[in-house]
Design a protein around this ligand. Structure first.
Ligand code: ZN
Length: 250
């Protein structure tokens, strides 16, 4: 089978993979010619930069500080690392707010705010994680005049989605479309011009760990939901991601 579509996985935690080499080969064989590797904290960001350097024009790094990883004592070292390396990444991510973790909201707001300021100053897009915090996360992104933002794996309220889209922001589609009603509803509602495809590798979907090649599952599900040809969805979402991250595929 010849795969002609060029796909981009807009969100993968490649630094967490023991089978990285194999996963990257399988991704290429499946037509996944671009992968945005997101970081969680200093160690993860270091690895992400190394993986991207070892795989030029296939892996693109994003530097982040995930709300799950925030510890008061480590905030400065994390923010400084990102500030020092911000130009090496195609985006800032994964960053955001998560009200289900035991990290004080005030601390999460402060860290997210500083990261958004860095994104604004360096004119980088942001990859936003939000859980039970969608409105606040959106308000913070908007107030800081961020131009490019993707609300990753969006499963939040529909009225807020309309505001996100009205600002020109994106949402991303994961393989959870197979079973998650709120995620399906969001993807159905958003125009194809505002959707990126991703896997959130190595998250498990129905007890199977994802790899970047599974961005094809996201593709097939978006195509079914929108009653569009998969080739058209592939073309449009890859164009979206290329422009969003300012990367051009080989
Ligand atoms: Zn993630």
């Amino acid at each position: 089978m010849v795969i002609e579509e060029h796909l981009i996985d807009a969100h993968a935690h490649l630094d967490e993979l023991a089978d990285l080499t194999e996963s990257l080969q399988e991704a290429k064989a499946a037509g996944v010619h671009g992968i945005v590797a997101v970081g969680m904290g200093v160690e993860s960001n270091r690895k992400v930069l190394q993986i991207a350097e070892a795989n030029p024009r296939h892996v693109y790094p994003a530097l982040g500080y995930h709300p799950w990883e925030i510890k008061e004592k480590e905030v400065q070292v994390n923010l400084s690392f990102i500030r020092d390396h911000v130009e090496e990444g195609v985006a800032l991510g994964e960053i955001g707010l998560d009200y289900k973790v035991k990290v004080k909201k005030e601390l999460q707001w402060r860290v997210f705010g500083e990261l958004l300021d860095m994104a604004f100053e360096s004119d980088k897009p942001v990859i936003v994680h939000c859980r039970f915090s969608h409105r606040r996360a959106f308000e913070m992104v908007r107030e800081r005049k961020i131009k490019r933002a993707v609300f990753h794996w969006y499963s939040g309220p529909v009225d807020l989605l309309d505001k996100i889209l009205a600002m020109g922001y994106f949402i991303s589609a994961t393989p959870a479309l197979v079973y998650s009603p709120p995620h399906r509803e969001a993807i159905q509602r958003a125009p194809i011009e505002r959707i990126l495809l991703e896997t959130d590798t190595p998250v498990s979907y129905e007890r199977r760990e994802a790899r970047p090649k599974d961005v094809r599952v996201s593709l097939e599900e978006v195509a079914k939901l929108k009653r569009l040809e998969p080739s058209l969805v592939a073309m449009q979402t890859t164009a979206n991601a290329s422009e969003f991250f300012q990367i051009s595929l080989p």
